[in-house]
Every structure is written in C-alpha cells, then in structure tokens.
Design a protein around this ligand. Structure first.
Ligand code: ZN
Length: 431
C-alpha cells in the first residue's frame, strides 16, 4: 500500500445509520479506538438529520424536516403520472403498479432525489398530486441549502471530497448486485459492502482530504428485526469490521486520519401499532375536501381547509392515549416553527414504541420491530458518537449527550475550516 505524495491528512466522517447509543460497547474495534465518545440526539423529524449533519442547522432554519411536504404545485410527481396511476389503480393490482410508478419516476421526475431513489411509498394515488419531496437537490450539490454546507465550504477552499451514501448514483453492476441480494433473501449488508468496495476502489485513484461514508445496515436491520435482535448483534460486528477495514486502509494511505463517527439517531423497539385512518373515518369530515393528512410512521401531519374539520380532528386526537398533538411549547423545543404550513398545520406525535399502520410508507404486513423519529429526548432514539485522532487537547465530558447539529462545527474544527455563521451548534473540540 503506498501513500500519496501530498495527501497527508484525511478527515473521515462516518455515519452509521441508527447506531443506537449502547451499540458502541458491543463493537470491539470502534470502542478500542474511541479517544472520546458520547451520545447524540437527533433533530426532530426524519430528513432533518441531513441538513443538521452537513450544515449544523435545525429544521425550522431550512423547512426540511419530513420527506414529503404539502405542495400541490410540486415537481416530484407529474400531473400525467398522478392521473395515470389514479386511473390504473381501479383496474390493476397495486404491487406491479407501484413498481411501474417507481420506474416512471426514475425515468422522468424533475426531482433528482426521485430519479435516484424511485421512492413512491404508500401515498394513496388520488393524493399523490398534493405532495412533493421536500428536498430538491442532493446534499452534496451546491444550493442544497441557503446556508453553506460542509461540501460548499470544501469547494470554496478548493478541496476535494468524496461521498458514499444516500441517493448516490449506482453502476449497472451495483444495481445487479442489489437485485440479486433482494431476490436471494434480501441481504441487508450488501449495500454497505458495496459502499466499502466503492470507497476502497476510489482510494486507489483519488486522494480527497475529506470523505463522508454513510452506512445503512443498522437502520434496515433495526426496522426489520428489532434493535435488540440477534440479527442486530451480528450487524454491529459486521459493521465494526467494515469500519476497521476502511479506517485501516485510510491510515495506510495518509499520514494522519481524523475520524468523526456518529449515528444520525438510535432505534426504539416497537411495542404496538395503530390504524389512525379508522379513527378518522368515524369523524363527520372528509379528505381531501375538509382536510388532508400525511401518515409518517411515528407521526401524522394535518392540513385543514375548514375550521370545523380542525376542531373535530383535534378533539379526536386528544382522546387517543398513544400520541400527543404538539403544543406551541413543544414545537419551540423541537425547533419546528416553520415559515409556512407546507410541513403541516398540526403534528400528532406517537409515544415511543408506537407506530401507525398503515402509513404512507407501509400499507400492509406486520409492523416493523424498530422505529425512530420519536421525541429526540427518548433515550433509545439517541445514537452513539466517537472521535479518533483529533488534534490538540483531549475533549472532556466523555459520555456527554451532544446534538446532531454539533457534528458540523466539529468537522470544521477537525478539518481546519472556519465556521461560517453564528449558530447554537458547538464543536466538540471547543468544550
Ligand atoms: Zn430508518
């Protein structure tokens, strides 16, 4: 293995999706290299983790919080796609129709995320035209946010970076491998193995000063088998070995490697599921004339067009013991006081361990065994974070709870870039 001339230092940013706070102790390599470790609390919602990690911002600063927003003028699903699906759903079975819709999205959508992922979920076809993917660009692209991201700052500094993770374009070989793993019993580690192969292949040709890798197996295994399953134990060990290989190869290539490894969130064991649509169907209000709902797995969001509908739905939700309508104070605590109501007029958050089924990601079948996206203060919703090879004095407060937004200023410190604007996010190296 040879070192590249000039490539003396690498900032390695590794995200282990849904790597719960207590998993670190079960990962022999990771726990042996942690110069500092702690727990990390995610931002409220689902996709809010991406702006938090790459720009240190909370959901209300970007309006990016949930995968979908209420935007009937949106560009993700074309009017032609929506009309065709609505008509076809009356005569064709749902499953092949969804596969065809996903292929159509990949081929024609004006949203790059939809083209890369083909995500169509379980949104009723007659409501598809009302919703739009919240994100319109990849997090690594210029203009992803109004505020600079780590990738914008690296570009500005003339520094090369590599990214392996969500919505990255795949080679035909990778797509074939993925299909084969799905057909042969859904190998949930295949995507991460492929990520490691791609990163190591890239290291042969390329010497970026910054690399960001996002592993997803813990998330998939946690949803499917549960956060305390035997399958999860095996996945933690497999990921530990993968990170060891990546880290070891990087240490052999560069004089210095500064590693920040973190979860984006944890995983809560699911105890029960609820059919909110059945509750709503009892009310003297109708969708989409009086209101519209979006059923995320751990919450429901509502948009109201008539005051009577809002009254009836609030009253009904208040009577349900397994969730809470978020108050103004709770919205302030979660930093979700948005500029407009595209994310919702009302947020109904489920208690930890409860899920909605059906929801707009899952129509039928058994409930998942694990879920995240609860109150970020819920202990098991929190993840693990560690530092290795950082410069300067040791960081105090091992075991402390940090916020996901704190990763961004920490990365800037590790990499020697100035922090662009004042924010409440605090670097781990400045404590
Ligand atoms: Zn997940």
């Amino acid at each position: 293995m040879k070192k590249y001339p000039g490539a003396d230092s690498l900032t390695l940013f590794i995200i282990l999706d849904a790597f719960r706070h207590d998993y670190l102790l079960r990962a022999p390599y990771l726990s042996s290299i942690a110069d500092w470790h702690g727990d990390v609390r995610e931002t409220f919602g689902f996709i809010s983790t991406r702006p938090a990690m790459c720009a240190g911002v909370y959901p209300e600063e970007t309006d990016l919080c949930f995968e979908y927003q209420f935007r009937p003028e949106g560009k993700t699903f074309s009017p032609r796609l929506c009309a065709t699906l609505e008509a076809a759903s009356k005569i064709l079975p749902l499953r092949p129709l969804k596969l065809a819709a996903s292929a159509w999205l990949r081929a024609t959508s004006r949203n790059i995320i939809a083209r890369r992922t083909g995500l169509i979920g379980n949104i009723p076809f007659d409501q598809l035209r009302l919703f739009d993917l919240s994100e319109h660009r990849l997090q690594t692209e210029p203009g992803y946010l109004a505020t600079p991201t780590i990738y914008d700052l690296l570009r500005e500094a003339g520094q090369d970076f590599s990214y392996f993770g969500f919505a990255r374009s795949k080679s035909p070989r990778e797509i074939l491998r993925r299909i084969r793993s799905l057909v042969l019993g859904n190998d949930l580690l295949e995507a991460d193995r492929s990520l490691v192969r791609n990163y190591l292949g890239d290291l042969e040709r390329h010497r970026p000063a910054f690399a960001h890798l996002h592993f997803s197996a813990c998330d998939w295994v946690g949803h499917r088998f549960g956060p305390d399953s035997d399958e999860m134990e095996a996945t933690i060990l497999a990921l530990d070995r993968m990170v060891e290989e990546v880290h070891g190869q990087a240490l052999g290539r560069y004089d210095r490697v500064r590693l920040l490894l973190s979860a984006d969130h944890g995983m809560v064991g699911v105890t029960s599921s609820h059919d909110l649509r059945r509750e709503l169907a009892r009310l003297p209000v109708s969708e989409p004339e009086d209101y519209v709902a979006f059923l995320d797995s751990t919450m429901a969001r509502f948009w109201f067009f008539k005051p009577a509908a809002e009254r009836a739905i609030r009253q009904s939700l208040d009577d349900l013991p397994w969730g809470t309508v978020l108050s103004e104070e709770e919205r302030a605590r979660h930093r979700i006081r948005f500029r407009d109501n595209a994310n919702g007029d009302l947020f109904f958050l489920l208690n930890p361990g409860e899920v909605l089924l059906p929801n707009y990601y899952q129509a039928t079948g058994a409930p998942p065994h694990g879920m995240h996206g609860y109150d970020p203060d819920e202990r098991d919703n929190q993840g693990a974070v560690l530092l290795h090879g950082f410069p300067g004095k040791a960081v105090r407060d091992t075991g402390a709870l940090i916020d996901l937004v704190d990763l961004f200023p920490t990365l800037l410190d590790l990499h020697g870039l100035p922090k662009p604007t004042e924010s409440s996010a605090r670097s781990l190296l400045q404590r």
